[in-house]
Design a protein around this ligand. Structure first.
Ligand SMILES: Cc1cc2nc3c(=O)[nH]c(=O)nc-3n(C[C@H](O)[C@H](O)[C@H](O)COP(=O)(O)OP(=O)(O)OC[C@H]3O[C@@H](n4cnc5c(N)ncnc54)[C@H](O)[C@@H]3O)c2cc1C
Length: 340
C-alpha cells in the first residue's frame, strides 16, 4: 500500500478539476483499513472515499486521507438453469462489467451501458438509466468499516435503495467502504429486453422481441447516449448535474395552466416528475457560460468545464441555474452531483 502526500486528484474526477488531497491511498486488501487506522497521524484526519470521481465536484483541497478501492476481480460464484451470480470488485469499471456480461449473453446490465464510474459506487448511487437501476440486479453489497476494518454484508433489502441514493450514501457515507458487489443476472432464454424507455423501444422496433439480445440493447443504449451526453474525456462533466424535481399534483396543475407544453411523468403517489433539463432550457440557460464553466449546448442538464474551470466556478454556475429556475418556476433543483 502506497500512501501519497499532497496528491492531485486531477485524474480522479470527470470535471477535470485540479485539487489536492493531503494524503491519497489505494486499498486492495481487507486488512489495509486496519493498517491505515493504526497510523496515528492518518487516524486523526478526516477520511473520504472516492471511486472514479464521475459524480463529484471538488471545490477545495481536502485536508485528510482520500481512499480509493481497487479490488478488481469478476467471479462467477453460482449459477442455476435461469440465473448467474457474479461477485465484482469495487474497482472494476462499471462499463467494463456491462460489456463483459452482454458478451456472455446475460440480461440485466445492458440498459446501464456507458455509465462512467466504478462498480463500488453503483450501489452507493443506485445508478440508473433507461428504465433500469442497479438495485434491480444487486443482491449483496460487501463493505469494510473505515473505523475498525470490520466486514459487513448488506442484503438488497438492507441497502435502502432510492432514486440515486442508498444507505451507503446517507447514514454510512465515508464510514463504509464498498469493496465487492454481488449481482444476479438472467440467462439469455430466461430474460428479456427492458424497453420501457421509449427511444430504446423505437430504436429496436421491427425486431421480434424474442430475437433481441442483450448486445443489441447495449449497442443502442451506447448510440443514444453518445448522441446526447458530452463525452467527459473531451469536455469535463459529471452527467446530469441536477435531479429531476418532483412536485405535488396541485402545483403541477398550476404550472401546467401556465405552460401547457410542460413535459411530465405522473408518479404512483399522484405527484409529478418534471425534467430538470426542460426547466433549465425554458430559462434560456442552455449553452450559457460563466468564465470557463458552462451549461452544455448538447444537454441543458449537464454542466461542463470548458477548459480550466475551477470547482468553485462550476459550483457558482450551478447556484445561478438553481436560482434562475427557482425564480421562474418556483422549483428548487437538487444537485445529483456531490459538491465537496
Ligand atoms: C457523462 C456522465 C454520464 C453519467 N450518466 C449517468 C447515468 O446515466 N445514470 C447514473 O446513475 N449516473 C450517471 N452518471 C454519474 C456517475 O457515473 C455515477 O454516479 C457513478 O456511479 C459514479 O461512480 P464513481 O466511481 O465515479 O463514484 P464517485 O463519483 O467517485 O463517488 C460517488 C459517491 O460514491 C461514493 N463511493 C465511491 N466508491 C465507493 C466505494 N467503493 N465505497 C463507498 N463509497 C464509494 C463516494 O464517496 C461518493 O459519495 C454519469 C456521469 C457522467 C460523467
Amino acid at each position: 500500500m502506497h500512501i501519497q502526500a499532497n496528491y492531485s486528484l486531477l485524474n480522479h474526477n470527470s470535471f477535470h478539476v485540479d485539487i489536492k488531497s493531503h494524503y491519497y491511498v489505494e486499498v486492495n486488501k481487507q486488512s489495509d483499513i486496519l493498517t491505515l487506522r493504526t497510523d496515528f497521524k492518518l487516524a486523526s484526519l478526516p477520511w473520504r472515499v472516492i471511486g472514479d470521481g464521475s459524480n463529484l465536484l471538488f471545490t477545495k483541497d481536502f485536508p485528510g486521507l482520500t481512499l480509493r478501492c481497487t479490488f478488481n476481480k469478476i467471479r462467477l460464484v453460482k449459477e442455476d438453469d435461469e440465473n448467474v451470480w457474479l461477485t465484482v470488485g469495487a474497482g472494476v469499471k462499471w462499463h467494463d462489467l456491462v460489456l463483459y456480461t452482454v458478451r456472455q449473453n446475460w440480461w440485466g446490465l445492458e440498459n446501464l451501458a456507458l455509465i462512467p464510474g466504478s462498480v463500488g459506487a453503483a450501489p452507493v448511487q443506485n445508478i440508473g438509466a433507461y428504465g433500469a437501476e442497479a438495485q434491480d440486479v444487486i443482491t449483496r453489497v460487501q463493505t469494510l468499516n473505515l473505523f475498525d476494518g470490520q466486514h459487513r454484508e448488506f442484503r438488497n433489502s438492507e441497502c435502502l435503495f432510492g432514486y440515486r441514493t442508498s444507505i451507503f450514501k446517507q447514514q454510512y457515507v465515508n464510514r463504509l467502504l464498498v469493496y465487492r458487489v454481488t449481482i444476479r443476472l438472467r440467462k439469455l432464454a430466461h430474460g428479456q429486453a427492458n424497453l420501457s424507455y421509449e427511444p430504446l423501444k423505437e430504436a429496436l422496433k421491427g425486431i421480434e422481441k424474442d430475437k433481441i439480445t442483450p448486445m443489441m440493447v447495449f449497442e443502442q443504449v451506447i448510440r443514444i447516449r453518445q448522441s446526447r451526453i458530452p463525452d467527459p474525456c473531451k469536455q469535463g462533466n459529471a452527467g446530469s448535474f441536477f435531479k429531476n424535481p418532483i412536485v405535488s399534483a396541485e402545483y403541477f396543475q398550476t404550472l401546467h395552466e401556465e405552460y401547457p407544453g410542460l413535459p411530465h411523468h405522473k408518479m404512483l403517489d399522484g405527484s409529478y416528475k418534471i425534467p430538470a433539463a426542460w426547466l433549465i432550457e425554458q430559462c434560456g440557460l442552455k449553452g450559457l457560460s460563466q468564465g470557463y464553466a458552462g451549461v452544455s449546448e448538447q444537454h441543458a442538464l449537464v454542466l461542463v468545464n470548458l477548459g480550466g474551470a475551477t470547482g468553485s466556478e462550476l459550483a457558482e454556475l450551478s447556484q445561478m441555474v438553481q436560482e434562475t429556475v427557482n425564480h421562474q418556476f418556483g422549483i428548487y433543483l437538487e444537485p445529483e452531483v456531490i459538491i465537496l
